[in-house]
Design a protein around this ligand. Structure first.
Ligand code: GLU
Length: 441
């Protein structure tokens, strides 16, 4: 039975990069009828905030990524303490006392000599007395996992065969001096005890995976299948790390991006499958294949979400937007017609409000000097309201006859006079919706 998890740290709002991870894990679980766990990685009490836990749940729900259960690392500290004890017992855990400055110095020295900046394990040579002395002087040390210095290998679901020399990796710190358990340990304890079978996460975790494999093995767990997806970059290949704040799911939602657009893009971006709008989760699940994803950085352009959103809206029936339209104050009798016209002319639902204001209050007419006389004459020929779908045809035929104008020279000035804009919905459909027609002062 497949079990996957999405494991965000609640230290901020989740963004498109997180969504890619969440979605892949979700789709794998659903495709195989397995379990999708939402795991809150909140072992850092200072940076973890409850408001972010609530926010990320709302964001996932908005997208329809429902989880089967929630786990919280902060409630499992006893499990991690037990695992730490086990590692200590088997001689795979050691206390080290270097300060950050000392470590930094060591790193710089190694780099200067052209060597990889790997921790030198100096703490392994400390006697009990020396440790007592250091502890008295500096407080408790950090706890490092002693890696077996051999090659760590796995077949990655996206990257293929990976082989990492453990000697090129520092023994990871799993517990901080203040006793805080770090994610590396918490994660393997959870993945093992929760029966996680597949771990999909960003390629920034590849080295973590190498060390976690050894920790899982030391603790007697089963190593899950790992897959590391490439990181998202901006459209020019630039790093997104600084911009991810503005690419939070909340922001995209505020900008009017629809869940279907986001899911459709992110379920395919970086894979050999084409991006196409999919409105049903079942289609996304069916069409998802992790082996189609490549290892190259994946370009993400927020602009791509707008045409997908527009396409999604175009396909929506009136019933799906009825409440939203009613909230704008569109009268019930006009609402279906309003939607029929608008669905073809909006990018996001937010655009509806501007259109409704225009139709309700009338637009400030835009009349070019050379059209002033023509427009004034045309207005005298406008049939009495209420207008229906024939009104525009009747009116423009009469104006054509009276003025001799035709084509663009006839229609464009009328459109601009009525809507204040040079483009927009079909005027024959728009005219019956226009509540007020403003005359030029
Ligand atoms: N909390 C970790 C992160 O957000 C989870 C990584 C993982 O999936 O193991 O980076």
């Amino acid at each position: 039975m497949t079990t996957t998890r999405f494991a965000p740290s609640p230290t901020g709002y989740i963004h498109v990069g997180n969504l890619r991870t969440a979605l892949m894990n979700y789709l794998i679980a659903r495709k195989t009828g397995g379990t999708f766990i939402l795991r809150i990685d909140d072992t850092d009490p200072e940076r973890s905030k409850e408001e972010y836990v609530d926010a990320l749940k709302q964001d996932l729900e908005w997208l329809g990524l429902h989880w089967d259960r929630v786990e919280r690392q902060s409630q499992r500290l006893d499990r991690y303490a037990e695992a730490a004890e086990k590692l200590r017992g088997m001689g795979r855990f050691y206390e080290a006392f270097e300060t950050p400055t000392e470590l930094d110095l060591k790193r710089k020295k190694l780099l200067n000599m052209g060597n990889p900046p790997v921790y030198d394990r100096a703490a392994l040579a400390l006697s009990e007395e020396e440790k007592d002395h250091l502890r008295a002087e500096r407080g408790d040390g950090v706890w490092r996992f002693k890696l077996d210095q051999e090659r760590i290998e796995w077949t990655d679901g996206i990257l293929g065969d990976i082989s990492i020399d453990a000697a090129s990796v520092s023994d990871p710190v799993l517990i901080r001096g203040d006793g805080q358990v770090l994610y590396t340990l918490a994660s393997v304890v959870d993945d093992t005890e929760m029966g996680v079978t597949h771990v999909v996460r960003g390629s920034d975790h590849v080295t973590n995976t190498a060390t976690q494999i050894q920790i899982i093995q030391a603790l007697g767990g089963t190593v899950p299948e790992f897959a590391h997806h490439s990181l998202l970059t901006g459209p020019q290949g630039e790093s997104l790390s600084k911009r991810l704040g503005t690419l939070s799911l909340r922001d995209l939602r505020t900008q009017g991006i629809e869940p279907a657009a986001l899911l459709s893009l992110l379920a395919r971006l970086g894979s050999s499958d084409p991006v196409e709008l999919q409105t049903e989760m079942a289609e996304l699940i069916e069409g998802f294949d992790i082996t189609h994803f490549g290892s190259a950085p994946t370009k993400f352009d927020v602009e791509d979400l707008f045409p997908l959103t527009a396409k999604y809206l175009l396909g929506l029936d009136f019933s799906a937007v009825k409440d939203r339209i009613s909230e704008l104050g569109v009268p019930d009798d006009l609402a279906p017609g309003f939607w029929a016209v608008m669905r073809e002319n909006i990018t996001t639902l937010g655009d509806l409000s501007e259109w409704w204001t225009l139709l309700r209050d009338g637009a400030d007419p835009v009349i070019d000097a050379e059209d002033a006389e023509f427009a004034a004459q045309a207005m005298t020929l406008l049939p009495e309201g209420p207008h229906d779908s024939d009104s525009w045809g009747t009116w423009t035929a009469a104006v054509k006859q009276a003025t001799g104008r035709k084509g663009r020279g006839l229609f464009m000035p009328l459109r601009k006079a009525l809507t204040g804009q040079s483009h927009g919905p079909d005027m024959a459909q728009l005219l019956p919706l226009l509540q007020v027609i403003k005359a030029k002062e």
